[in-house]
Design a protein around this ligand. Structure first.
Ligand SMILES: Cc1ncc(C[n+]2csc(CCOP(=O)(O)OP(=O)(O)O)c2C)c(N)n1
Ligand code: SF4
Length: 304
């Protein structure tokens, strides 16, 4: 459970994760959903965000690459919750790439937030799937020989119905993007450009500050079935822009696709009234799904 008053934070000074934490907390607080939110983290510097929040949300630290299926399970068991995944590029696009793609087919109403720093921060800077070929960060003995995945293009091609990019050091803009992602009905993805000053000496704050710009000419909202393909193609085209200018903002937003929860409801009409987390299951006349006493026992006092 996150939201403790005192806890240890071991992110390096200047890490972009601080901006992400700050923006995410502000977004959740301003939307008034603190007591209803679960943050699910994988393993990595990024995954620790689920434990570093100072607001009363629930946080789960899961396995490397498995944050998305964990989050989907939480959401389907209790569709009244807001569920947010925070993961690194190694976590979500390396070991977790299959989950990242396949969840797009389902349009589950959760938010996936990528801490995109080009490296595996926690394990000392190996090249992550977002690092471009030929780049040699200070933690690599030789230049990277693999090609990079473009997370925005991949999310668009996989079926995410809200796709955006933001920058960890522009906290007010990032906060607004996260708010939009949470409010979106369907699967939302936010690619966050997150400098790792300890291991990536190329994509630094100075490097990004010169390049990122907010898209003005993009109309990302799909308003009718007939413009779905056209808007998706425009978003994919735009997602390839990278180099001297890097666009941030919303690339695509489509609320016309039914969510996975709505699809479940078509075959189980009582799903929203009697979802799994509400169901009482008995084994040998004992209720096995009542976890309230356990939660009460583990509750951390506000003034600890
Ligand atoms: C199954 C498994 N494989 C490998 C690891 C070791 N491991 C821990 S974190 C990590 C990479 C973290 O990189 P990333 O996901 O990019 O997150 P960052 O630390 O940069 O935020 C790895 C390989 C692990 N914990 N579990
Ligand atoms: S290693 Fe990089 S990503 Fe991890 S805390 Fe340090 S600066 Fe941040």
């Amino acid at each position: 459970m996150a939201g403790h008053k005192f806890h240890w934070n071991d992110w390096c000074p200047g890490c972009g994760n601080f901006g992400i934490l700050s923006a995410e907390q502000q977004a959740i607080t301003e939307l008034g959903i603190t007591n209803n939110t679960v943050i699910v983290g994988g393993i990595g510097c990024s995954g620790k965000l689920s434990q570093y929040t100072r607001i009363p949300v629930s946080g789960v630290h899961t396995l490397h690459g498995r944050a998305i299926p964990f989050a989907v399970g939480i959401k389907l068991a209790n569709p009244s919750l807001e569920v947010i995944v925070n993961g690194g590029d190694g976590d979500l696009l390396g070991i977790g790439a299959g989950h990242f793609v396949s969840v797009g087919r389902r349009n589950v109403d959760i938010v996936v937030i990528l801490h995109n720093n080009g490296v595996y921060g926690l394990t000392k800077g190996q090249a992550a799937p977002t690092l471009f070929r030929g780049m040699k960060t200070k933690s690599l003995p030789r230049p990277n020989i693999n090609d990079a995945i473009n997370p925005v293009t991949l999310a668009l091609a996989s079926g995410y119905t809200f796709v955006a990019r933001a920058y960890a050091y522009d906290v007010p803009h990032l906060k607004e993007i996260i708010k939009q992602a949470i409010k979106h009905k369907g699967l939302a993805f936010v690619d966050i450009l997150q400098p790792c000053p300890t291991y990536n000496d190329i994509n630094t704050k100075e490097w990004y500050d010169k390049r990122v710009y907010k898209m003005q000419d993009m109309d990302p909202v799909v308003k009718s079935e007939s413009e779905m393909q056209e808007k998706l193609k425009k978003a994919i085209d735009k997602s390839y822009e990278w180099g001297e200018r890097i666009p941030i903002g919303i690339f695509y937003k489509n609320e016309l696709v039914p969510t996975y929860e709505e699809r479940i409801k078509t075959s189980a009409p009582s799903y929203y009234d009697n979802y799994p987390a509400e169901q009482k299951i008995e084994y040998e006349k004992k209720l096995t799904t009542i976890i309230d006493p356990l939660l009460e026992e583990r509750k951390v006092a506000e003034d600890n």
